[in-house]
Design a protein around this ligand. Structure first.
Ligand code: SAM
Length: 330
């Protein structure tokens, strides 16, 4: 369905839980957040109902995220049930990879073949530090299991923080030389208290590109290689097996082509990651609303979608989101 600005809104990112087995410094504050109760988050059947109705309205893509999706019990069966929704063309998963070794094959067999794995450092100590205690070897095992299971593409999400991991950008590019992965360098967005209190950690995608361009020959990939590349600017690294991409949501936002809506774990349809407008689907679902009413709510949300968010590189000290990223679904 087209929104007020003629964008075809066809991509739903679904946070299936606000819980996570990591505490990434820029994503979730160490204290001061409360986890939702069991009854506060959507049941799997409720998510499936929303997605089925959304698909009837023209949504074709879903990304399952969180929190950490793999910590929610029954994920594999849920993914398999989602795969059965007729008309849904593409289901993907974003995970921190910690539990992937155990679940990769099951998820792949359930019909999810595209995966993004978050990995902000290749150094054991730094990974431990940025994730609040994560074991990098769990992620390495998870990535290996994803390769073995047959996921294609495998994308690695790397949020680049100036003064923390910007010195590792070249190592990540080397990973794309040796493995058929797509490394996606992401600009930090001013969402949680932590990163607004450290605006100096922001590094713009153009600056990352400058660093990499001095050491590697990059060939822009014209047109989209994967249907799934979305707003990322993608390059082939000459002589390498993989690709690199940049997600510059802050320095050069892609709102004009944004086709997304987000379903939060607590059942709110959020029209823009960086704006607070949300419609409460859970309330309607719990009083057994009709499908027509649900479709009406989704339609209203689409029409509420703003032309653009209003963050840029100059106001990075301003908190732009009342919820944390882990709460909304990244
Ligand atoms: N737990 C899963 C994971 O780690 O991939 C899924 C949820 S996580 C919120 C999804 C992605 O959002 C991760 O790649 C994470 O690095 C990214 N993210 C979280 N906070 C961010 C921020 N403030 N700016 C940019 N990316 C952020």
């Amino acid at each position: 369905m087209l929104d007020k600005y003629d964008r075809d809104i066809n991509y739903l990112r679904v946070s299936i839980t606000d819980r996570c087995n990591l505490r990434c410094t820029y994503c979730r504050p160490k204290e001061g957040f409360s986890l939702k109760g069991h009854d506060d988050i959507l049941r799997y059947e409720e998510i499936l109902r929303v997605v089925s109705q959304a698909v009837k309205m023209g949504f074709i893509k879903v990304r399952l995220t969180g929190g950490e999706p793999l910590v929610r019990r029954g994920f594999v069966e849920f993914a398999a049930a989602m795969k059965k929704i007729q008309g849904l063309q593409d289901i993907s998963l974003t995970t921190n990879g910690i539990l992937l070794d155990k679940y990769a094959q099951g998820i792949f067999n359930a019909g999810i073949s595209r995966i993004n794995i978050s990995l902000d450092s290749l150094d054991e100590q730094k990974y431990f530090q940025v994730t609040g205690g994560g074991n990098i070897h769990d992620v390495f095992r998870g990535i290996a299991a994803a390769e073995k299971a047959g996921f294609d593409p495998i994308k690695i999400n790397t949020v680049v923080l100036k003064g923390f991991n910007d010195d590792e950008v070249l190592k990540f590019v080397e990973l794309a030389m040796n493995k058929p992965f797509q490394i996606r360098f992401i600009e930090i967005m001013p969402i949680s208290e932590v990163n607004i209190s450290q605006p100096q950690s922001f590094l713009a995608a153009d600056q990352m590109l400058n660093i990499i361009g001095k050491h590697f020959e990059l060939e822009p990939i014209n047109g989209k290689k994967h249907k799934s590349d979305g707003p990322a600017k993608i390059f082939k690294v000459k002589g390498g097996r993989g690709e690199i991409g940049f997600i510059n949501s802050v320095s050069n936002h892609f709102c004009a082509t944004c086709n997304r809506m987000r379903l939060t774990a607590d059942g709110k349809l959020r029209v823009c990651l960086l704006k607070e407008e949300e419609l409460d689907l859970k309330e309607a679902l719990r009083r057994h609303c009709s499908d027509d009413e649900l479709v009406g709510l989704i339609r209203r949300a689409i029409l509420l979608k703003p032309a653009k968010h209003d963050i840029d590189c100059t106001d990075r000290h301003l908190k732009k989101c009342l919820r944390d990223m882990s709460d909304i679904g990244g």
